[in-house]
Design a protein around this ligand. Sequence first.
Ligand code: NAD
Length: 352
Amino acid sequence: MTLFQHVEFDHHELVQFCEDDSSGLKAIIAVHSTALGPAVGGCRMYNYCDEAAALRDVLRLSRGMTYKSALAGLPLGGGKSVIIGDPMRDKSDELLSAMALFIDCLGGRYVCAEDSGTTVADMRAMSRHTSFVSGLDAGSLHGGDPSPSTAAGVLKAIQVAVEHRLGCDNLRGKSIAIQGLGNVGFHLARYLTEAGARVFGADVNADHVNRATSELGITRVAPDEVLSLAVDVLAPCAMGAVINNESLASISAGIVAGAANNQLERPEHAQELRDRGILYCPDFAINAGGIMDVHCQRTGTRASELSSQLDLIGQHLRQILQRSDREALDTHSIAERLAEEILHSAQLAQAS
Ligand code: NAD
């Protein structure tokens, strides 16, 4: 199979394979679209089982960024990069420098930021070799880390979904299970606890789950139980493809709303959730808080404006849920249509 025939290729503008022998870097940069602006997206470091898995992930994530930024109303395109390796074992200054130099060669078509497996400190290290790095503004709301804003956006989405499905205008007493208590999941657990929800959490990393139980008082559940808990809301905040042929039948929550990118293994799973009476909040529509934060850092926008941008996440989700009800179509398809309408208008404007 060639790259052009790859099931996830979807007209990517650029796919770059990056290899540097001396640092051991093996990475892929994918730019899906620059129709709305430079492709800004995280640099993920993950111990992929093989290169095919890394390629599939970066193509799916990069396309997702195009849709996410379009729907969020940001003047940004979609791109992403992945470094193949274990962040705990394989990350080094030399490796990050080599990655930064590859990004620099693209002249700004791709701008990277933190993602799973990379940190603000890593972005600072990369910024010594390229200016095409975001998410390192020490003066920003969270010292450059976009994760608290991602969690704040997901919280707004959960509030809208609970109101839509359960008719409640607050989260007091609502049961919410979070899969993944990392950068986003921990902050989400904190916001939900503050809002009076009953929070359950699971993580494969013992330190992460211990921190959330001891600091926030949430209830620990086993990683293999969290998806099937009978709760009001399931919030996937770990890795992608958690909603798949195996997990679907066991999901017992009334609402699925979390930060993880590409939660559906296949788009058809959105309709299957709908058929089971589960309200699915499309990931790329509700996890845009981080890219909004990064955009504010890039443009030097004030924190108060970031807060009103985050409000848009709830407003957009409300529109998606209403249109889904009206058109009897799953929420993922509706959100994709809305993003495609925005992209199409931008392309028409560019052509005229
Ligand atoms: P992270 O790496 O800090 O946290 C992920 C957590 O999930 C880790 O603690 C990990 O141990 C845990 N985990 C992995 N597999 C698990 C499993 N099977 N069961 C339970 N826990 C598991 O990443 P993050 O920055 O918090 O991002 C979480 C998700 O949200 C990712 O999919 C990311 O792409 C997406 N996302 C993040 C941001 C952001 O601002 N950080 C923005 C948009 C989307």
